[in-house]
Design a protein around this ligand. Structure first.
Ligand SMILES: NC(=O)C1=CN([C@@H]2O[C@H](COP(=O)(O)OP(=O)(O)OC[C@H]3O[C@@H](n4cnc5c(N)ncnc54)[C@H](OP(=O)(O)O)[C@@H]3O)[C@@H](O)[C@H]2O)C=CC1
Ligand SMILES: O=C(O)CCC(=O)C(=O)O
Ligand SMILES: [Mg+2]
Length: 741
């Protein structure tokens, strides 16, 4: 093992990246005292784009930090703090490329259509950067997410606002009843290591290889399913009519970022159906200007700018006619006229459904008011759980953060498990026929009937991660003496095989005094909600998608945001990945910083992750100083919560930077007060004294900059010096921290 233990702190995007400029110097100064190196690696969208084109960038090439961390994640030394990063939709990717090109990087454009080998190469590289490209690489373990007791107690004492629910609320979830992934899923259990081929046999007998070789391991579950284009279009058409009839907003909730191949196509079909009357009048010209349905109606607005004014006006008028005839759409930003169908990454189901549930089951209309809404989640695999929550809220009212129990999650995600690892095995089908999955001897494993335009998806779930997940669930149930429910649906082929595995692997553990059950997702949700209302905790043990959905849903109801979760990934080879929160990058926060020099990002998730990372490091490297730092950081975080030093939301009070000052103050005070390590005590007594004496000066210096615009020289690739200046405006604090090192 290396002598100097190391923590990797990831540099990401948007609000968490801005916050890093303020927090990291504090973290570096504190950890240096325990001989811990904190190094950054850039896994931001801009960084990943640049790392993909070393040849084109020549002397400006940057190393591929994500690949490096992917390799690190499978070693026992790994200790990575992972902040949320952008999972880019195509519009976000295009904007980032444009910004980097303007900064002098010789990057190719994102090829809309591939006409030559160079385009093909560039598209392949950009497609690797697109969507959820970071998490699957780093997550070499399963996930353990929960609200620490201090955070739960804080929420009980300082509850966030929960919108009241009306018994006659018209809000509901709409899902398909046939022709979806749920209805078509088939599964096979692999007996011996091999490789499989996926091919389309068209009706005329022509075979097209969709994926030549996919390695499979003994004991893994292979499954495949199809989303029918025709069934999806018919479903959407009916739901559009129904929303109009019921007088509710129409909203669509997908995961176009994480499910980067299937969900943009589904989003595109919904856009096509909704705007059909306008789009059908301008088919040729829209094709000429390269409008892509899958990028949302925002893409049309961007592209028609290239047309003569009268043509532009005609298209816009036809779109307005659609709005007049169709049901009102839920709005992302009613002031700016941005609808739910503008950009596929604006409404992301894991965060958007909980936000709607928190807001009385309503979403924003064009009038800037909240209204009941139809939430379209086409596939039945997981849509039904949200309807169960809605029914519960209608019957029993909003959940109460001061009394409700907690729902920690143990989630299967290692080795790209289940749907979230399916991108390279997901295809938009070009001709009617059958898709066959065969083994290396040509024997048929799985088969699906398809029509042109359908989406075929195959998933893999390896056996070792399943065993690890079951173990993690048992350990968590025991450590917290809490019932644990496996959310598995016997009606799904994949889950059927999984249930057998779970039953078998539970026998490897002593579960005699534990309450461990297997329930279908809807039953599990009803059971969990009833306990939650009674103030009781219930562990959800789920596959990868429900992990994602539930770790936003429950934290958002319990704590107001998933950013306050402790989110640990015990890596299967012994390392630790400490994710911060479960939420995203909060683009709205950047906007506020630019306009008002105020950052409302709450770094609580980072504080929790850092304490867990230091504890892991202390134990792994037998570094008692790291353990002291971990313990005192926990105490500081507790005090931070008790004294309510989280960033406020508006100019005039402390923001992210002020909250970091208070963390540093409490951490230094806790270190000065402890007696386990005399050197640390002496070292931090001075800092504690300086910070305590200068509290008023520092807060005044930090708050003085608020209220006016600030320039940070970019969005995806901001200027480090400008950001650093903006995020460290207190000379007194900077000097105190510098004196420590
Ligand atoms: N693990 C990852 O890497 C993830 C990345 N993402 C990416 O993040 C981006 C945005 O995703 P989106 O779905 O809008 O979700 P976000 O979680 O970024 O934002 C939803 C809202 O939650 C609140 N919030 C989230 N984190 C914090 C925090 N630390 N402090 C204070 N408030 C917070 C904010 O609400 P308010 O307005 O009330 O302040 C915010 O506007 C996308 O690019 C997405 O791909 C998304 C999920 C996970
Ligand atoms: O990787 C992503 O795009 C999102 C991840 C996410 O939402 C989660 O893990 O909760
Ligand atoms: Mg999520």
């Amino acid at each position: 093992m290396p002598t100097r233990s190391k923590i990797i702190y990831t540099f990401t995007d948007e609000a968490p990246a801005l916050a890093t400029y303020s927090l990291l110097p504090i973290v570096e100064a504190f950890t240096a005292s325990a001989d811990i190196a904190v190094e950054t690696r850039d896994i931001s969208l801009a960084g990943r784009i640049l790392a993909s084109f070393p040849e084109q960038l020549g002397t400006k090439a940057v190393p591929d930090h994500l690949a490096e961390l992917g390799e690190l994640a499978v070693t026992p030394e790994a200790n990575i703090i992972k902040l949320p990063n952008i999972s880019a939709s195509v519009p976000q990717l295009q904007a980032a490329i444009k910004e980097l090109q303007a900064q002098g990087y010789a990057l190719p454009d994102y090829p809309e259509t591939v006409t030559c080998d160079a385009d093909k190469d560039a598209k392949a590289r950009y497609d690797k950067v697109k969507g959820s490209a970071v998490n699957p690489v780093l997550r070499e373990g399963n996930s353990d997410r929960r609200a620490p007791l201090s955070v739960k107690n804080y929420a009980r004492k300082h509850p966030h606002k929960m919108g009241a629910w009306a018994k006659d609320s018209k809000s509901h979830v709409a899902h398909m009843s046939n022709g979806d992934f749920y209805g078509s899923e088939k599964a096979a259990l692999i007996e011996a290591a091999d490789s499989v081929k996926i091919e389309l046999i068209a009706q005329d007998g022509t075979a097209t290889v969709l994926k030549e070789k996919t390695a499979v391991q003994a004991g893994e579950i292979l499954d495949c399913a199809v989303m029918s284009k025709k069934a999806l279009r018919a479903f959407i058409a009916a739901e559009i009519e129904d929303a109009k009839k019921q007088g509710v907003l129409l909203s669509v909730h997908l995961k176009a970022t994480m499910m980067k191949v299937s969900d943009p196509i589904m989003f595109g079909q919904i856009v096509a159906e909704f705007y059909q009357d306008a789009l059908s009048k301008h088919t040729t010209v829209l094709q000429e200007i390269g409008f892509n349905l899958n990028n949302g109606i925002g893409d049309l607005y961007a592209r028609i700018k290239a047309l003569p004014a009268d043509q532009q006006a005609a298209i816009e008028a036809d779109i307005q006619a659609v709005y007049a005839a169709r049901p009102a759409l839920a709005m992302v930003n009613s002031d700016k006229g941005i609808t739910n169908l503008h950009v596929p990454s604006d409404v992301i189901v894991d965060a958007s459904m909980p936000a709607m549930i928190r807001d009385s089951g309503k979403m924003w209309g064009t009038d800037g008011q909240l209204h009941d809404t139809k939430a379209v989640i086409p596939d039945r695999c997981y849509a039904t759980i949200y309807q169960a929550v809605i029914e519960d809220c209608k019957a029993n009212g909003a959940f109460d953060p001061t009394t409700m129990g907690s729902v920690p999650n143990v989630g299967l995600m290692a080795k790209k498990a289940e749907e979230y690892g399916s991108h390279d095995k997901t295809f938009e089908i070009k001709a009617d026929g059958v898709v066959r999955v065969t083994d290396s001897k040509g024997s048929l494993l799985l088969e699906q009937k398809v029509e042109a335009g359908d989406i075929f998806r195959m998933c893999q779930t390896k056996d070792a991660p399943i065993q690890d997940w079951v173990k993690l669930a048992v350990n968590r149930a025991r450590a917290s003496s809490t019932p644990a429910i496996f959310w598995l649906d016997p009606m799904r082929a994949h889950d059927g095989v999984m249930i057998e595995k779970v039953q078998a692997y539970l026998k490897d553990h002593d579960t005699s005094d534990l309450d461990i059950r297997i329930m279908s997702p809807v039953e599990a949700m009803k059971f969990t909600l009833a306990r939650t209302r009674d103030g009781k905790d219930t562990i959800s043990v789920t596959g990868n998608v429900l992990r994602d959905y539930l770790t936003d849903l429950f934290p958002i109801m319990e704590l107001g945001t998933s950013a306050k979760m402790l989110s640990i990934v015990p890596l299967m080879n012994g390392g630790g990945l400490f994710e911060t929160g479960a939420g995203g990058s909060a683009p709205k926060h950047v906007q506020q910083l630019l306009e008002e020099n105020f950052l409302r990002w709450d770094s609580l998730g980072e504080f929790l992750a850092l304490a867990a990372s230091l504890e892991h490091l202390g134990n792994t490297y037998n570094n008692p100083k790291a353990l002291v730092l971990a313990k005192t950081l926990d105490q500081a975080t507790g005090q931070f919560l008790d004294n309510n030093k989280s960033p406020s939301r508006k100019v005039g009070n402390i923001d992210n930077r002020g909250s970091h000052f208070y963390l540093a103050l409490y951490w230094a005070q806790a270190l000065a007060a402890q007696t386990e390590d005399a050197v640390l005590q002496a070292q931090f007594s001075t800092l504690a004294k300086t910070l305590t004496e200068n509290e008023a000066t520092i807060v005044a210096e930090l708050n003085a900059v608020q209220g006016k615009p600030v320039d940070i020289g970019g969005y995806y690739s901001a200027n480090p010096e400008l950001v650093s200046q903006a995020m460290r405006p207190s000379a007194t604090l900077n000097a105190a921290i510098a004196a420590l090192v």
